[in-house]
Design a protein around this ligand. Structure first.
Ligand SMILES: [Zn+2]
Length: 378
């Protein structure tokens, strides 16, 4: 098999094509070195969409999917060309953001490894200075990139490759979320899609009634309530939350001890010097990685929102996507409901490592904002 064939998988009815683009949008012949992680993670989806269960039920017009790995520095991913030319675009900026947070990953590993963390210790947890410094560095990178109109990729000066057991599930979570949009678009069984949407919308409605909880979490937001009066906006929020749930399940499966797919993405040769092998031992552990992955993604989104807000004075469109704080809450709420557990119990137990990640990242952001405001004052 030559290099090109190994990067696209063809089934009787679906073709997944992997394409690389540089920052300017020019297509590259080969971007393996920079996008090596995607090559490790993508076969899961190729396998999924190649399975009999799925390929019998796809819309004819959208059976060639391009997965485009772009050099774009914005830490983001999206599904484009719904209908005719479906594309999933995953920006390198996401990977760079994760690479910029090696201290954060180390810190998460330290506390995730502890047998028990008391409730008090958890809620009083303050992210160490070095984590806040790291966030500052990341914001500086984003600032540099945004100054160039987001055309130049800025890399952290000191690059320490953080633990792949944290980075890969987070990248995978994002890919899976985008695949969920694609899947929903091409599946012929519209009853299934409608039922899913109906359920998601019902859960959002149910959550909105939890007024005490919403206000205790500081989520009172007139703009959000206003937007959610619109059925179309609510349906898009439902899509996003559904996508996160799908991504979470896929993450659990892909990083489980029983997963039968390729374990080693790269061999130790000179051409491919990086070795990756998930060291997941138990289902409990795979849940831990999935929890952390979800919150790392939500946390980075929150950082990006803060960046857009503080540095550029912009707020993202509420019609299409929930803000990260709402996304986090709705995710946990719908997960707890799906697993038929009281929310608080779910948060403290099954989702404990996710909650911990959230507390650490919130603390980083809060300290960062305080620091900025103090600098501005003095
Ligand atoms: Zn989405």
């Amino acid at each position: 098999m030559d290099e090109h064939q190994s990067q696209s998988n063809s089934y009787s009815s679906l073709r997944v094509e992997l394409v690389y683009e540089d920052e300017s949008g020019a297509r590259l012949a080969d971007g393996n070195a920079i996008f090596f992680w995607a090559k490790v993670l993508l076969p899961y989806f190729m396998g999924q969409f190649g399975s009999d269960a799925i390929r019998t039920d796809l819309r004819e017009s959208a059976k060639t999917l391009e997965v485009i790995l772009t050099g774009n520095p914005v830490p983001n991913a999206m599904m484009k060309g719904v209908g005719r030319n479906p594309q999933i675009r995953i920006n390198l900026g996401l990977y760079v953001a994760l690479l910029s947070m090696s201290n954060t990953m180390l810190f998460l590993r330290e506390i995730a490894g502890q047998e028990t963390v008391t409730r008090d210790a958890l809620f009083n947890l303050k992210a160490p200075e070095r984590l806040v410094d790291e966030l500052l560095q990341l914001m500086i990178l984003w600032h540099k990139s945004s100054q160039s109109g987001w055309t130049i990729q800025s890399w952290p000066q000191q690059l320490i490759i953080p633990d792949p057991n944290y980075i890969f599930p987070a990248l995978f979570f994002v890919m899976a979320h985008e695949f969920s949009h694609y899947y929903r678009d091409i599946i012929l069984n519209r009853d299934w899609v409608e039922e899913r949407n109906r359920l998601a919308i019902k859960m959002i409605d149910d959550f909105l009634v939890e007024k005490e909880y919403i206000s205790a979490r500081g989520l009172d937001d007139e703009a959000v309530r206003e937007v959610l009066k619109d059925t179309k906006a609510k349906a898009s929020w439902g899509d996003e939350i559904g996508g996160d749930q799908w991504a979470f399940q896929a993450c659990m499966e892909r990083f489980s001890p029983s997963y039968g797919g390729p374990r080693i993405g790269m061999t130790g040769t000179a051409a491919t010097p990086l070795v990756y092998e998930p060291r997941v031992q138990s289902d409990r552990e795979s849940r831990m990685y999935a929890n952390i992955a979800a919150e790392l993604v939500f946390g980075i989104t929150k950082f990006l929102e803060a960046f857009a807000d503080k540095m550029m004075g912009k707020r993202g469109s509420l019609e299409s996507h929930p803000p990260a704080t709402w996304r986090q809450e709705l995710f946990v709420y719908t997960m707890a409901r799906t697993e038929k557990q009281p929310m608080m119990k779910f948060m403290g137990q099954e989702y404990g490592s996710g909650l911990m990640t959230r507390i650490v990242m919130d603390s980083m952001l809060k300290q960062f904002v305080d620091r900025m405001e103090n600098t501005a004052k003095s």
